[in-house]
Design a protein around this ligand. Structure first.
Ligand SMILES: *[C@@H]1O[C@H](CO)[C@@H](O)[C@H](O)[C@H]1NC(C)=O
Ligand SMILES: *[C@@H]1O[C@H](CO)[C@@H](O)[C@H](O)[C@H]1NC(C)=O
Ligand SMILES: *[C@@H]1O[C@H](CO)[C@@H](O)[C@H](O)[C@H]1NC(C)=O
Length: 191
């Protein structure tokens, strides 16, 4: 009886110790990712600035133009393509991710992806799955519920994007966008 109790608690200790805590994002970083949405590929520069309350995705589409997705913590986002002259303002119900957004994620164990040994977490009933390098804690891959997958190629803490790159172009404001959500803007005429 004593032996059984001892071995049971030893077993619980081992299981508890084996579960790593989820990574916490640095307050500022630049990551370069390969995005695959059902075979539609893009290189994405992700800039995260928690202190400034903003987040940028520069989506360089394969053999295509660059779509800017600039998100602010005040729940406003701008999608624009300087080359195509398009702009769209979107109101999101949530702001940008907190550095500890992975807290409370469900640990799924280890996995070998992209030649890295990783810890895997999932959050919000499978909304996102997140693979982090066992050795460094850096993200290797994340995947959304709809299959959109991102392989993280570089991750540089402290690196940022110049202010002028965050600024949505003037035509986002001079055209009649109003405050309405999800109003697609017409491409500007060449003039
Ligand atoms: C949110 O912040 C951005 C950048 O400062 C600004 O352009 C936008 O108008 C703000 N939106 C709201 C709803 O305050
Ligand atoms: C994690 O759970 C705790 C307790 O329910 C909660 O206070 C906290 O806000 C959660 N954090 C995140 C990032 O979800
Ligand atoms: C991929 O295609 C499936 C099936 O058409 C669709 O349900 C899913 O939303 C698509 N995912 C992305 C990221 O476009």
């Amino acid at each position: 009886m004593v032996n059984l109790t001892l071995s049971l608690s030893a077993c619980i200790c081992v299981v508890a110790a084996a579960e790593p805590s989820p990574p916490i994002w640095p307050e500022t970083f630049h990551a370069l990712a390969v995005q695959n949405r059902n075979g539609s590929l893009a290189l994405v520069d992700l800039y995260y600035e928690w202190k400034n309350g903003r987040n940028a995705n520069l989506i360089h589409k394969q053999l295509g133009t660059t779509l800017y997705d600039i998100e602010y913590n005040n729940k406003t986002s701008y999608y624009f393509d300087r080359e195509l002259g398009t702009c769209k303002q979107i109101d999101f119900p949530v702001g940008i991710l907190t550095p500890d957004w992975l807290a409370n994620a469900t640990y799924l164990g280890t996995d070998s992806v992209d030649t890295y040994d990783t810890h895997v977490w999932t959050k919000s009933e499978g909304f996102i799955k997140y693979w982090a390098d066992v050795k460094t804690g850096l993200p290797v891959r994340w995947r959304f519920f709809d299959g959109a997958q991102f392989e993280i190629m570089t991750f540089k803490e402290g690196e940022t994007l110049p202010d002028e790159e965050w600024q949505a172009p003037e035509y986002c404001f001079t055209k009649d966008l109003g405050a309405r959500a999800d109003v697609p803007m017409q491409p500007l005429a060449a003039a």
